[in-house]
Design a protein around this ligand. Sequence first.
Ligand code: NAP
Length: 245
Amino acid sequence: MELKDKIALVTGASKGIGKEIAITLAKRGAAVIVNYNSDAKGAERTAEEIRKSNGEAFIVKANVAEREEVASMFREIGKKYGRVDILVNNAGITQDRTLAKMSDEEWDKVIGVNLTGAFNVAREALKLMPEGGRIINMSSIAAMTGNFGQTNYAATKAGLIGFTKSLAKEVGKRRITVNAVAPGFIKTEMTDRIPFLKRKILLSLIPLGREGTATDVADAIVFLASEKSSYITGETININGGMSL
Ligand code: NAP
């Protein structure tokens, strides 16, 4: 229970990796704020699982790309808890298309959710974050290697690494650490959309011979959220089974 008495906000916790992060942080004792955008039932399922193991969950809807919705979420969080010790900027989307065919909307939407969303949430969270807080941003292997059809997505995920390093320098004096994780090929609804043949090719690029699980990512997040990582900041942990794209 190394996160006992901590308040954690996980964006995009209605499914996939965010859901597993929320459940895992709660198992370690944190009260978890479950953010979602469109999947209210999914957020309820995450909260139910947390409560089943005697954890505490508080659901808040907000589109992270919309500043007013983010401000309103933090008003609710402020009223309920008055602080946020751990922020996991997990919410993210893909809208894949080669650059030549990519629409303005596909570019803007992915930047808006993945990168501007992290900025919107982190800026508000810092107002409520005490000394020794934790910010963890969800990058991706696409940031390191690029990926065909993902100029928008890879730009956001690489942007989050620069964001992480810069913010780490700004808030170090408050003993707040800022780190990122960069998962590879993790089984979720996002990757379930990848066609069968491409999945086979991706699997062949992973030395450990399997796709990752949301738990593989959540376990690294717990470490970064805990006291045990208190001298690590501005870093990105790759969680990809050795994969190279
Ligand atoms: P997912 O299953 O599609 O789940 C995405 C989550 O993000 C959902 O809970 C969704 O909430 C939320 N979300 C989307 N847009 C949002 C918005 N505007 N505001 C608030 N929440 C929003 O995806 P995933 O695979 O778990 O991915 C989670 C994160 O890991 C993403 O940042 C993704 O880029 C990153 N990642 C994933 C992989 C992978 O292999 N799966 C690899 C590297 C990085 P609603 O459903 O409620 O809208």
